[in-house]
Design a protein around this ligand. Structure first.
Ligand SMILES: [Zn+2]
Length: 275
């Protein structure tokens, strides 16, 4: 079965599934909506293609979550399919040869970008194109794109943030066992960030020189708590294999309670209502 079909059926098994937009190649991007009330928390995985273990992790977390939470397990579906299937993931011949040229190889297993060689996680409108690792032409990673939200995946996630009035967003990446918080002037929920990091036994830190990321955008646009969680030990190599999933799941299922508490607490402080 194709990765996309597997993703969709896993989402539907985990909860009520809707769509937030389409990828460059036209795949509808699923969102799992858990619970019956207003979700204060948004979890997003696989913004970077080769980090698709985070999609499996988020589907597992969605199955276990018994509170109001919205989950986009796989934002960069095209990129993940490129990682898994190589150039065959792309039907259009011109696009396929462009991508092979950019990648300088037919092996896409370490690809991070989307199907236009833009790195979605540096394409958001948060001090866009000022990050220390940014590049300014198509590349397997770190290319900021032609303008903020130029990519449909970025736009879909940003629209979700704008419309969803979330208090907390966690963007899942791999690897390093680190939680990043804070951007611009928004470091105000450090205590909640610390509790979450502690529940995972991960280090809490700030990302110096980062810009244009989903968490960065959330910090600026919502005023709530934006986090980037790097799952998996630094000793593992990309892409992290499915055999690590059990270990990751055990850790992250334990963090669900804190995620729920923090979401409601921050919503109360932002909007005066957290239930
Ligand atoms: Zn990443």
């Amino acid at each position: 079965m194709d990765y996309y079909d597997e993703l969709l059926s896993a989402c539907k098994e985990a909860g009520r599934t809707e769509f937030i937009g389409r990828t460059v190649l036209g795949y509808e991007i699923p969102i799992i909506r858990k619970g019956k009330g207003k979700a204060h928390t948004l979890l997003v995985g696989a913004t970077h293609a080769r980090e698709y273990i985070t999609a499996d992790l988020l589907i597992g977390m969605a199955k276990a979550a018994d509170f109001d939470v919205d989950i986009v397990p796989c934002l960069n579906i095209d990129g993940v399919r490129l990682c898994k299937y190589g150039p065959e993931a792309v039907d259009d011949e011109d696009l396929r040869s462009f991508l092979i040229r950019v990648n300088k190889s037919k092996d896409f297993s370490l690809w991070k970008a989307n199907a236009r060689a833009v790195d979605v996680n540096v394409n958001f409108a948060a001090e866009w194109a000022t990050g220390k690792s940014n590049v300014f032409s198509p590349a397997p990673s770190d290319y900021v794109g032609r303008y903020p939200e130029s990519e449909p995946e970025t736009f879909a996630a940003a629209e979700l943030v704008r419309k969803g009035a979330y208090a907390q967003l966690i963007s899942f990446h791999s690897k390093g066992e680190v939680v990043y918080h804070g951007f611009g002037n928004n470091y105000r929920y450090k205590e909640e960030a610390a509790r979450y990091a502690e529940s995972l036994d991960y280090i809490l830190t700030t990302a110096e020189g980062s810009a244009g990321g989903l968490k960065d955008y959330f910090d600026v646009a919502s005023g709530g708590l934006g986090l980037t969680t790097e799952v998996g030990s630094d000793a593992l190599t990309h892409p992290i294999g499915i055999e690590e999933l059990d270990n990751l799941m055990k850790k992250h299922l334990k963090s669900l309670e804190i995620i729920d508490e923090n979401g409601r607490k921050i919503a109360r402080s932002l909007y005066g209502s957290g239930d």
